[in-house]
Design a protein around this ligand. Structure first.
Ligand SMILES: [Cu+2]
Length: 64
């Protein structure tokens, strides 16, 4: 399933790495693509949208 989330709290490549690593740590099979300019996080995963949101907020980022 493809999940599309906007994470406006990402402001640099460090944030991108933080979010990406958090998702992959939680869901090793997830394919994560992040576009910093549009703040768009695309995740191809078996996990639910709610659990991915939770992972992102757990590392201090905000899902719109
Ligand atoms: Cu940053």
């Amino acid at each position: 399933m493809m999940i599309n989330l906007k994470v406006p709290s990402m402001v640099c490549n460090g944030c991108v790495t933080t979010v990406k690593d958090a998702i992959v740590t939680h869901e090793p099979n997830a394919i994560v693509d992040i576009d910093l300019d549009s703040k768009q996080v695309t995740v191809d995963t078996e996990a639910s949208e709610a659990s991915i949101k939770q992972v992102i907020t757990a590392v201090g980022h905000t899902v719109e």
